[in-house]
Design a protein around this ligand. Structure first.
Ligand code: ASP
Length: 389
């Protein structure tokens, strides 16, 4: 049997229909696959201008810190309504407000507020399933160091192994809120990862399950609402999906501003060669009762093999962030190849009257181009068109 640690991102758990799909995905794995460890994010955006639940929680904490009770109540009302829409009546007490008043606990008060989106969404998903138990990472298994406030990797891996190491009866499993844990395993002292950190929780669980039983096959499936990882931002240019990419490339893209995975989620998987599938669901049509039927698609695979070879270019993706465009190559490229690429791109940009301030090799899979930040998206689109012409 293959054990899959599965994660749902915020936008795939934002609406009631998403929760039904998630439950059906969990309950209907492919043959030989068990989906017993489910990591969830907080409800994300339901439509383009919507506000993510985590952002609402940050605003609630800020209002509480500023002792603006009217604003606090308005924001809490929005959060309660979001969960009501997902059929959870929130036992929202004054905890976020109370904690924010305690000036000795500023940091933990913010972390506590931030973590509630995942905490309550775990209850939403668990209610849609039978026999899935919620396990709170702050109680026992995502452990942060009290001095550095960073993840204590050794304690965390041991604790996850102890929490989830035993075989689970078929048909049951765990719902795990992503994104947070606690300092020294003390549930009163919550600490979060940086934004997007539910990816890290999922990858740590997959890694620890692998360590408990190295001979078993562990995979990680990350369900999103997009078709996979694109070779550029599809809002900027005609980007296409990358079917397969290496861990290094995925990490480089994440660091260069691509909205893929959290960059810290990759190492635990890479060290153990645990494959990661970014998956989406696609509507197949309706069944006889008129209900939509969905099928799963693997949009992108992140693994230790070679990256996508469907285009002849050595470039895998073009990413942009602030004043920097990063060109990520499919495989490791030697100095000569990189210099050739730099020269070629420089010439192309000059011909198009673009002033690229600096071009440099950053590591053995990427080069960086510094540009005027206001023109970054135009340059990115131009380069993408040229590279994948
Ligand atoms: N809910 C958190 C965020 O919005 C963490 C996550 O979704 O992974 O960043």
């Amino acid at each position: 049997m293959i054990q899959s640690v599965i994660k749902f991102g915020g936008s795939s758990l934002a609406k009631p229909s998403n929760i039904i799909h998630a439950a059906s995905i969990i309950n209907n794995p492919p043959p030989n696959v068990l989906r017993q460890h489910v990591v969830v994010s907080a409800p994300g955006k339901r439509f383009p201008n919507d506000i993510k639940c985590t952002d609402l929680l940050i605003s609630a904490h800020t209002a509480a810190s500023n002792q603006d009770k009217a604003l606090y109540d308005t924001i809490i009302h929005k959060i309660v309504s979001r969960f009501q829409e997902l059929s959870l009546s929130l036992p929202f007490n004054t905890e976020i407000w109370d904690r924010a008043q305690n000036s000795n606990q500023k940091h933990s008060a913010l972390s506590y507020a931030l973590s509630r989106g995942e905490f309550f969404n775990a209850a939403v998903v668990a209610a849609a399933l039978e026999n899935y138990e919620i396990i709170d990472p702050a109680d026992s298994f995502i452990i942060f160091d009290p001095h550095t406030q960073e993840l204590d990797m050794t304690s965390t891996m041991q604790a996850i192994g102890m929490t989830f190491g035993q075989e689970i009866t078929n048909g049951s499993g765990y719902i795990i809120p992503g994104f947070y844990g606690s300092i020294s395993g003390n549930p009163l002292n919550i600490q979060t990862f940086s934004r997007g950190g539910s990816d890290i929780t999922a990858s740590l669980v997959a890694a620890a399950l692998h360590d408990v039983s190295p001979s078993s096959t562990i995979v990680h499936e990350n369900f999103t609402d997009v078709d996979g990882i694109y070779n550029a931002d599809p809002n900027i240019c005609r980007a296409s999906i990358i079917s397969k990419l290496g861990y290094q490339q995925c990490k480089r893209m994440a660091l260069a501003g691509a909205n893929v995975l959290h960059s810290d989620a990759i190492r635990p998987l890479e060290e153990r060669a645990i494959p990661l599938w970014i998956r989406n669901v696609q509507p197949l049509g309706k069944n006889v009762e008129g209900k939509e039927i969905y099928t799963e698609v693997t949009a992108t695979e992140v693994c230790s093999g070679n990256s996508d070879t469907s285009s002849s270019s050595i470039v895998l993706a073009v990413c942009g962030q602030e004043d920097c465009i990063t060109i990520v190559c499919k495989n490791k490229v030697n100095e000569d190849m990189k210099l050739n690429l730099i020269n070629e791109l420089q010439e192309f940009l000059e011909q198009n009257d673009v002033n690229a301030l600096v071009m440099k090799c950053t590591d053995d899979v990427s080069i960086e181009i510094k540009v005027d930040e206001n023109k970054r998206n135009d340059v990115l689109s131009l380069l993408h068109g040229y590279i994948y012409r």
